[in-house]
Design a protein around this ligand. Structure first.
Ligand SMILES: Nc1ncnc2c1ncn2[C@@H]1O[C@H](COP(=O)(O)OP(=O)(O)OP(=O)(O)O)[C@@H](O)[C@H]1O
Ligand SMILES: [Mg+2]
Length: 274
């Protein structure tokens, strides 16, 4: 096994400080509590998320639907800790992320959540392989291990032959698959995806649907904004958003918790060794 990187030690320290045994017992896995998100545009204010409360359990697969402008992307970004709420608490992996300093939150996010953006957000100057390696480099993984894991992820999305291509040389479906592989780089337990099959042809959309089904079987917690029936059909719950609020929360299926290992618990209360 490779030695723990400085970043993974920092992550362990963050968990020790921000996620005590008490937090694991009392905090929700993922939650928004009376959350507001306002965008102040000088002349007027846009309330993109409006007094929204939501709890998500480990291993749940959640589909969020709603008209354009309903607040789906804004909510996903808040839940991922990519944006701060105007008011209200957000929990991610049993941690209240509101009081976290920016740098701490960044390290916490690297190991906790993979985000697939509505517009892919690939780095245009990096090749497909380098884009996938990027989050692993941020996590302090050894270069050889980064490369070998990125190659495995490229194989999973069936794009080995595109390893050296830049994003502009890839089709929309290929870019989306690279973005999914990048989100999985550090094997996060939580995946957030924003319309991951929008603008894709049937073949690519079906392939991505199958990937999400696999993530669900592996026990990952999945939250996605989508209108695609191929993705919605695997959901445990479907949330309908309108004007920054959840107007319907429909349970389709219960999570088979017995299929997954017990939630992670710290063995003792001492900080990790350096
Ligand atoms: N950075 C921003 N600055 C100002 N207004 C914003 C910003 N981001 C989002 N909004 C506004 O917040 C509201 C919710 O936007 P959001 O992108 O979350 O909607 P959405 O449900 O994801 O829509 P779509 O289905 O089109 O992706 C919209 O009215 C939007 O114009
Ligand atoms: Mg959106």
């Amino acid at each position: 096994m490779s030695p723990a990187s400085t970043k993974s030690l920092e992550f362990e320290e963050i968990l020790h400080k921000h996620r005590t045994i008490e937090d694991l017992k009392k905090n929700p896995y993922i939650a928004a509590q009376k959350v507001f998100k306002d965008f102040d545009l000088d002349t007027y204010l846009i309330r993109a998320v409006d007094n929204l409360t939501l709890e998500i359990a480990e291993h749940e697969y959640i589909a969020i639907v709603g008209a354009s402008g309903a607040g789906k992307t804004t909510l996903l970004h808040l839940l991922a800790g990519l944006d701060r709420s105007t008011k209200g608490n957000l929990f991610l992996s049993y941690v209240n992320i509101n009081p976290m300093a920016e740098e701490t939150l960044t390290i916490f996010r690297i190991f906790t959540v993979g985000v697939i953006f509505q517009n892919y957000n690939l780095i245009s100057s990096l090749t497909a392989l380098e884009n996938i390696m990027f989050p692993m480099q941020l996590s302090g993984m050894e270069p050889l291990e980064c490369k070998s894991r990125a190659e495995k992820l490229l194989a999973m999305i069936k794009l080995e032959e595109r390893a050296g291509h830049l994003p502009f040389q890839l089709s929309a479906g290929e870019q989306q698959r690279i973005a999914i592989a990048r989100a999985l780089a550090n094997d996060p337990p939580i995946i957030l995806a924003d319309e991951p099959t929008a603008n894709l042809d049937q073949k690519n959309a079906t392939f991505i649907g199958e990937l999400f089904e696999k993530f669900r079987q592996e026990g990952k917690t999945i939250i996605l904004a989508t209108h695609d029936e191929k993705l919605i059909k695997f959901a445990h719950r479907v949330l309908v958003m309108e004007d920054g609020q959840i107007i319907k929360d429909e349970r389709i299926e219960d999570v088979a918790f017995e299929e997954f290992p017990e939630k992670e618990k710290p063995e003792n209360d001492s900080p990790p060794e350096k």
